[in-house]
Structure formats: C-alpha cells, structure tokens
Design a protein around this ligand. Structure first.
Ligand code: FA5
Length: 334
C-alpha cells in the first residue's frame, strides 16, 4: 500500500468538505466501523512483523491527525452557520410597528380647540362631578327647570351631580379671572339620554368671551368662522332663535349638511340642516352671580356637541360607535 498516495487523496477529499453532512460522510468513509482506515488497521495482523510495525504507526498517526482535523472542521462549520443566521439582510422590508392613534373624539376636540386658540381663547378644564349651584343655580336655571329633573340629571347620593353640560365652566372661569376673558372648556358631560344620536355620556366644548364691547354679531362671526374652518369654506350656517336660561337672546346654530349640501339626506334626517350648538349673550343674572358689573361687561357663550361635529365630519350615523371600541372603527381614524 502506498501510504503517501493514500494520505494525499484523503487530505484532498477533506479539503472539499463544506457542511456537516459531508463531514459525517467523510468520517464514515475513512474512520467508521467499516471505514477504509479502520479496515486497513484490522488487516495489519496479516502482515509480517516489520511491515506491520512501520505501517501500523503511520496509519495510526494518519487516523489521529484526521480525527483532530475533523473536530476542528466541525467547529468551523458550526461557527459559519451561526454567523449566517445572524446576518442582516438590508434589502428585506422592515417590521412595521403598529402605532395606535388618538380616539376620533379626542382628535376633533384638539382640532376645534386649535381653531379657538387661534382666535385668542384659552383652554380650561374643570370637574365632571359638580354641585347643583354651578350646574344650575348660578346659571339662572330655576328649581322648576326640566333639566333639573331626575330623568335628565344623574344625581349622586351626597347631593352632588354629574354635570349635564360644560356651562358650569363659565361660572368657574369667571370667578377665577378678571375680565376681559376668552375661554373654551372641552370635557365630558352626562345626561340620562340614549338613542342613536344621544349618549348618556358625551362631550361638549363651552366657549365664553367677556369684554367691554362684545356684540351679537361678534358671536355670529366667530361661530361662522369656526364652522367654515371645521367643515370647509363653503359651509352654510343658520341661526335660529332659542331659549337658554343663562343667555339672552339665545340661539341655536345649524350647519348646512355637508354631505347633501342642504338637499336632504339620511345623515341630516332629510332636513338639509344639522344642529350643532346652543349659544347666546350672557344673561345679566349670570354676571350678577359672579359679581361682574353688568353696566360694564358684555359677553357671549356657546356650547357645542363634539359627537355631533364628529358624526357630520366622518359621516357616522350611530353615536354608540364612538364608545364601543371596535378596532376596525378606531383604526380608521389614523
Ligand atoms: C346646552 O347644553 C347648553 N349648555 C349650550 C349653551 C352653552 C347654550 C352656552 C348657551 C350658552 P343643549 O342641551 O342644546 O345645550 O346641548 C348642546 C349640544 O350638545 C347639542 O346641540 C347637541 O349637539 C349636544 N347634545 C345634547 N344632548 C346630547 C346627547 N345626549 N348626546 C350627544 N350630544 C348631545
């Protein structure tokens, strides 16, 4: 046997090994139970003593060398595979992180607030649990007024109540400030009221401006500006006489339905117009309640329903969708 030739062939073949299965096949071929080197070693016993000694030594050396090289190669291959797993493919598209979004009502509150902030109004907030005094009495709402009825107002056991509108913020703001002032007060309000357009908890934005010369036309101008900023420049507005105990004269503002352009559709209930707010000039009795000099100060106030604005803006027919927290619905406001 030509041991030199055999060694060369074996190392040549060894150098071509690329992966673990080739490595294993190589090991079986030469060092396995029936492997070439193993059988050569077994056959040594048939040789004369001298030959057996020298060939035996060389074969054993080759066997040991191969075992060592195979171990080394195995480690190398394993390291390479690990590296490949860690490789980053920069051409792959990244994993998109699904970010949440603000609730549609929060988005509308922010958008409307920005319009009034641009007009010099300051944003204030106050308690949802109110006293009878701020919610009714100071706003010139007498004992007999239907809003005080248990059917409309949620009363608490201690005599306090859940505010039925944001108007108590008019009183709180005026008591905390000296005129002139311009505030808006967004927040939650509560009424025992529920159908597809009414919710027992809903949101309003209260607005109040007090100065030495504030007229009804200032009120109409600001409300028209607000409607056109919110629903588009071509939006039509309509003012209807109304009644609130805390404003005189009082009005309600409708906007021309932006969907059918006042022709009449499902969203506006066929009338072509949608009521979005109540407003008026601050009643002298309200100024008296906060000790403002009625011969010096004038003002206007308004209270608008946020859900109503959002329903028109996004063409939503059922108010309950805002509070049921369906992902599909909420995700569509990204
Ligand atoms: C008021 O709440 C008065 N405080 C508004 C006001 C403020 C008048 C300042 C004058 C001066 P009203 O009850 O009409 O008014 O409610 C105002 C708006 O809230 C309505 O136009 C409507 O858009 C909305 N709204 C009333 N009840 C509900 C309800 N249950 N669910 C959803 N929105 C409602």
């Amino acid at each position: 046997m030509e041991i030199e030739k055999l060694r060369e062939e074996i190392f040549e073949e060894f150098s071509l090994i690329k992966n673990l299965s080739e490595l294993e096949a190589f090991r079986v071929k030469y060092l396995g139970k029936k492997g070439l080197l193993t059988s050569y070693l077994k056959e040594l016993k048939n040789l004369p003593l001298e030959e057996r000694k020298s060939l035996g030594r060389e074969l054993n050396e080759l066997k040991e060398k191969l075992e060592e090289l195979l171990k080394q190669k195995e480690r190398e291959i394993l390291f390479q595979e690990e590296d490949r797993e860690l490789e980053i493919d920069l051409t792959l598209t990244g994993k998109k992180r699904d970010l949440g979004n603000l609730h549609p009502l929060t988005q509308v509150i922010e958008e409307l607030s920005q319009i009034f902030i641009r007009l010099g109004f300051e944003v204030v907030t106050g308690p949802e649990i109110e006293s009878d005094y701020y919610n009714f009495t100071a706003l010139n709402i007498p004992e007999w007024h239907p809003a005080r009825d248990m059917q409309a107002t949620f009363y608490l056991k201690n005599g306090a109540l859940l505010r039925t509108h944001t108007s108590p913020m008019q009183i709180r703001a005026m008591l905390e400030r000296t005129p002139p002032l311009r505030i808006i007060a967004p927040g939650k309000v509560y009424r025992c009221d529920a159908d597809i357009r009414h919710s027992p908890m809903f949101h309003q934005i209260e607005g109040l401006m007090v100065d030495e010369e504030v007229s009804f036309s200032d009120l109409k101008g600001i409300l028209t500006y607000f409607a056109q900023e919110t629903f588009g420049e071509k939006t039509k507005v309509r003012f209807r006489p109304s009644y609130f105990p805390f404003t005189e004269p009082s009005l309600e503002m409708d906007i021309g339905c932006v969907i059918c352009e006042t022709k009449g559709c499902r969203v506006c209930g066929g009338s072509g117009w949608l009521e979005i707010l109540g407003a008026g000039m601050v009643h002298p009795e309200v100024f008296k309640a906060v000790n403002y000099d009625i011969s010096k100060w004038q003002g206007f106030a308004f209270g608008l329903g946020i859900e109503r604005v959002a329903m028109i803006k996004y063409e939503i027919e059922d108010i309950r969708l805002f509070f049921e927290n369906h992902f599909l619905f909420l995700n569509s406001f990204k």
